[in-house]
Design a protein around this ligand. Structure first.
Ligand code: DX5
Ligand code: ZN
Length: 216
């Protein structure tokens, strides 16, 4: 099933609760929560206190994207704060297998994200243990960027790797996804669509409805 995951990084933080309720009521199945530590990526965004508040505003799937160094130290706290999925970057984990199992043992879904230039081959062995792979279609750290075209080849290759292994792993794509390119991204094999600026800029309700119509 195709799902929309609005990224609240692009929301108006002065009315975050209202805007979360808007995307929830418009039918977005996930809410994408971008944690940035100013070290793994240049920007600092938000973290646990905000997640605890956000959890109170929606029952949708809280999809936490950890763009942080050393994520292994914070898994339990993000689970406690209400994460349903925790995605760590392969590039920030020396012991990725151990961290993935730490997440799964906490009974939340485990995702691994790849920066644009990181080949999908790094996931070959651990793929059967993953619930989701997040293919970054921009360089992480900012909303409002343009999709990097070669990343769609990674989505296509990953979808065929999943099929060959007889798995049904979700592929989430994140960065620069808009109403004009979302069909191409779905055709490449993604089934969870993160979008920040194309949801939260302009008419939020209308943006979500248009995305969901295309994604049906
Ligand atoms: C970037 C984040 C993305 C970003 C998407 O590092 O991981 O989730 O918020 O924003 P848009 O859709 O505006 O590119
Ligand atoms: Zn993200």
């Amino acid at each position: 099933m195709n799902c929309l995951a609005p990224s609240i990084l692009s929301a108006d933080f002065g009315q975050l609760g209202t805007q979360i309720q808007m995307v929830d009521e418009a039918g977005a199945q996930y809410l994408h929560f971008d944690v940035m530590d100013g070290h793994f990526v240049p920007e600092i965004s938000f973290g646990l206190p905000v997640l605890r508040s956000v959890r109170k505003y929606t029952d949708r799937i809280l999809d936490v994207h950890l763009m942080v160094s050393n994520p292994e130290h914070m898994i339990a706290e993000y689970v406690e704060a209400g994460a349903d999925i925790i995605t760590v970057h392969a590039e920030s984990c020396v012991h990725l297998d151990r961290i993935v199992h730490l997440i799964k043992e906490a009974n939340v879904l485990a995702g691994v994200a790849l920066c644009p230039s990181t080949p999908i081959s790094v996931l070959e062995n651990i793929l059967p243990d993953l619930d989701m792979v997040l293919i970054m279609t921009v360089n992480p750290g900012y909303g409002g960027q343009t999709l990097i075209p070669y990343t769609l080849d990674k989505v296509r290759d990953l979808r065929s790797m999943i099929r060959k292994k007889g798995l049904n792993t979700d592929i989430e794509v994140d960065g620069g996804i808009n109403l004009d390119n979302v069909s191409e991204v779905l055709d490449a094999g993604a089934n969870i669509i993160v979008s920040g600026s194309s949801v939260f800029r302009g008419d939020i309700n209308d943006n979500v409805e248009q995305f969901l119509e295309i994604m049906r």
